[in-house]
Design a protein around this ligand. Structure first.
Ligand SMILES: [Zn+2]
Length: 531
C-alpha cells in the first residue's frame, strides 16, 4: 500500500507520534550493492517505507496487458468474452480539455433515475463534492430533469439512458493525492472509483485527450479504448509522454511519466527482481498481470517525498522528482517490496473482513525479509528497522487486539496494525524457524495461502489464523497474538533466539548476542545473519 494509499510513514530519528496519516519512518544506510550508483557510498540513507496509508482493494485482479504470450492472449480472449456477456451496454467517454477539465458522458441501454457517487475513501471525505453540472437525458433525447439531492446523490424525474457531468480534479492535496483522481500540468491519474456512479460495472471507456496526450492502464482494446470489468479498481495514467515497457515476469507493464534522476530500465529491473521474488514466495501467478505506474507527485508533501497505492492490479507510485534520495533505485526497490506484495495480499485473495493486521503488518515484515534477501538492505539494517518499529509501537498505547485495531484502522490514531502486526510476524518467523531447526519459515505459509485450501469469501481473520496456527509447533500462536490484548515485550522474548533488545536509551537497539549457541546460530543464519 506501500502506504500505499497514503502518505508515508515516516520519519526519522525522532519518534514523535504523528497523525494516522504520517507515521514512523525508518531511515537506514543502504547496503552497498553491485550497482555503480550504489557503490559510491555506504552512507546512503534509505527511507523504508512502511505503507501506512496504503489502502487496498480486496478482490479479483482484473488487469490485462500487452504481452505476446499465448497464455495472455487466451486470458484476454476469455476476459473479452466475459466482458461482452456481462456488459449491459454501458459505455463511458472521458473528455479531458487542454486546461485539464474532465467531462464525463455515460450511456446505458438500461434506463435509470438515480445515481450515487462514492463520497469517502481511505479516510478521505467529500470526494463527490467535485461533481457538478450533472445532466440526465432520456432515450428520446429529452431532458430527464436531474437534481442533486445530497453530495454525490442525483435523481431524475424521468428514466434516463445518458448522464453527463463535470469532475473537478484540479486540486489534489498531500492527503488525498494517491487516493483520488487528479490532473495537474502534464499528467493525471484517473481512478474510475471516484469518477463514475457506484453501480457501474462492465463498461467500455473511451478517452478523448488533448493533442500529444496519451493514456495507459489495464485492459486496453485500442489506443484510447479500454474494457473494464470492475471500474472501482481501475486506474489510468493520462499525460504527455510515457516510458512504457512490458516485462515477461508475470506480465507486468511498467509506465513511467516525467523526468527522473534514475534510468527507467533500472526502475523496471528493480520491480522485476521483486516480482520474481514474490512469484517464488507465493508460487501463484497474477491472473491478469499487473500495471506499475510511476509519475511525479503533483503537490508538495511533507517529509516523506512519495505516496503510493495498490488498487486491484495496479500499483501507483507518486514521487517528488526533487526528493533527496541518494540511491533512487534502492529506494524504489524498498517501496516495491511492500507495494508489489499487495498485488497478491490482499488483492489476489478473496477473503472478507478486516484482517489488515496480516495484509499490512505481515506484509511489512515479509517486505523487509525480501529486501534483505535481495540485498537491498543488510542484516544490521533489518535489525535496526525492527528496533525502530518497536519504538514506534511503544510510543502509542496498545490497548486493542490486532483484530480490533484492524476494524478501527481509519478511525483511530496510531499505527498498531502496522507496528504490532509486523512485530508479531517477526516473532512468528523466529519461533517457527527455531521449532523446525530453520527448515520452515513464515514464507511457507504464503505458499499454502495461495496453493492450499483457503476458501474464497470466508473470513480473512479465521482463515489466516488457522493457516498460521496449522503447524503443530505453532498451535495457538497466531490466535493468542491476534485476538488478545496482551502487550508485546520483545526484551523478554528475543534472548532465547540469540537476540538482545535494549530499549533503555533514546532509541532501542536490537543486536545479535555475541555468544550464540549452535541452535541460535542456525536460526539467525537462516534469517540472513552472515557471521
Ligand atoms: Zn501496505
Amino acid at each position: 500500500m506501500l502506504e500505499f494509499w497514503g502518505s508515508r510513514i515516516v520519519l526519522t530519528g525522532a519518534r514523535s507520534a504523528q497523525s494516522h496519516i504520517r507515521r514512523f519512518v525508518t531511515k537506514f544506510p543502504a547496503k552497498p550493492q553491485r550497482h555503480i550508483e550504489t557503490r559510491k557510498g555506504m552512507q546512503f540513507i534509505f527511507w523504508i517505507s512502511l505503507c501506512h496509508l496504503c489502502v487496498l482493494c480486496v478482490s479479483v485482479v482484473i488487469g490485462m496487458h500487452d504481452t505476446t504470450t499465448t497464455e495472455t492472449q487466451r486470458t484476454q480472449r476469455l476476459h473479452r468474452e466475459d466482458f461482452a456477456e456481462s456488459n449491459k451496454g454501458q459505455s463511458i467517454t472521458i473528455k479531458i480539455s487542454s486546461s485539464g477539465e474532465v467531462r464525463i458522458e455515460a450511456h446505458s441501454s438500461t434506463p435509470a433515475d438515480s445515481w450515487s457517487f462514492r463520497n469517502a475513501y481511505a479516510g478521505i471525505l467529500g470526494i463527490a463534492e467535485r461533481i457538478t453540472d450533472f445532466h440526465a437525458t432520456t432515450a428520446s433525447e429529452q431532458d430527464a430533469g436531474a437534481k442533486k439531492i445530497a453530495t454525490g446523490e442525483f435523481r431524475s424525474e424521468l428514466p434516463a439512458t445518458k448522464i453527463s457531468y463535470r469532475v473537478d480534479v484540479s486540486k489534489p492535496n498531500a492527503a488525498d493525492v494517491s487516493h483520488v483522481s487528479w490532473i495537474v500540468g502534464d499528467y493525471g491519474l484517473l481512478m474510475l472509483g471516484d469518477l463514475l456512479p457506484q453501480d457501474f460495472a462492465s463498461i467500455s471507456v473511451r478517452f478523448e485527450l488533448p493533442g500529444m496526450w496519451g493514456v495507459a492502464g489495464p485492459n486496453q482494446v485500442d489506443a484510447n479504448l479500454y474494457q473494464v470489468l470492475a471500474p472501482e479498481k481501475a486506474i489510468f495514467l493520462v499525460g504527455r509522454s510515457f516510458y512504457k515497457t512490458n516485462q515477461a515476469v508475470d506480465e507486468v507493464t511498467t509506465v513511467i511519466g516525467g523526468k527522473w534522476p534514475f534510468k527507467e530500465r533500472d526502475a523496471v529491473g528493480a520491480a522485476t527482481r521483486v516480482m520474481k521474488s514474490y512469484l517464488e514466495l507465493t508460487r501463484s501467478r497474477l491472473p491478469g498481470g499487473a500495471v506499475i505506474i510511476i509519475v511525479p507527485l503533483p503537490v508538495r508533501v511533507g517529509e516523506t517525498k512519495w505516496r503510493a497505492e495498490t488498487r486491484g492490479s495496479t500499483v501507483v507510485l507518486l514521487i517528488d522528482p526533487d526528493a533527496d534520495f541518494k540511491n533512487w533505485v534502492g529506494q524504489l526497490g524498498v517501496i516495491f517490496t511492500h507495494e508489489l506484495l499487495h498485488l497478491w495480499v490482499p488483492n489476489g485473495l478473496r477473503l472478507e473482513g478486516d484482517y489488515d493486521w496480516f495484509f499490512e503488518g505481515f506484509t511489512l515484515y515479509t517486505a523487509l525479509q525480501t529486501a534483505l534477501k535481495l540485498k537491498i538492505i543488510s542484516f544490521n539494517e533489518y535489525l535496526n528497522t525492527l528496533a525502530r518499529v518497536y519504538d514506534s509501537y511503544l510510543s502509542h498505547p496498545d490497548d486493542l487486539s490486532l483484530i480490533e485495531a484492524s476494524e478501527r484502522r481509519w478511525t483511530t490514531p496510531g499505527s498498531l496494525v502496522y507496528d504490532k502486526g509486523m512485530l508479531v510476524a517477526f516473532l512468528y518467523d523466529l519461533k517457527i524457524r527455531k521449532e523446525s531447526g530453520g527448515k520452515t519459515t513464515l514464507a511457507d505459509r504464503y505458499r499454502e495461502l495461495f496453493g492450499g485450501p483457503v476458501a474464497a469469501n470466508t473470513s480473512g481473520n479465521e482463515a489466516i489464523i488457522a493457516l498460521l496456527d496449522s503447524p503443530p509447533a505453532m498451535n495457538g500462536f497466531a490466535r493468542s497474538h491476534v485476538e488478545s490484548k496482551a502487550k508485546l515485550e520483545l526484551e523478554q522474548v528475543l534472548p532465547s533466539y540469540g537476540l538482545t533488545l535494549d530499549s533503555s536509551g533514546k532509541q532501542s537497539e536490537l543486536r545479535v548476542n555475541p555468544s550464540l549457541n549452535a541452535e541460535q546460530k542456525k536460526l539467525l543464519r537462516s534469517l540472513g545473519y552472515r557471521k
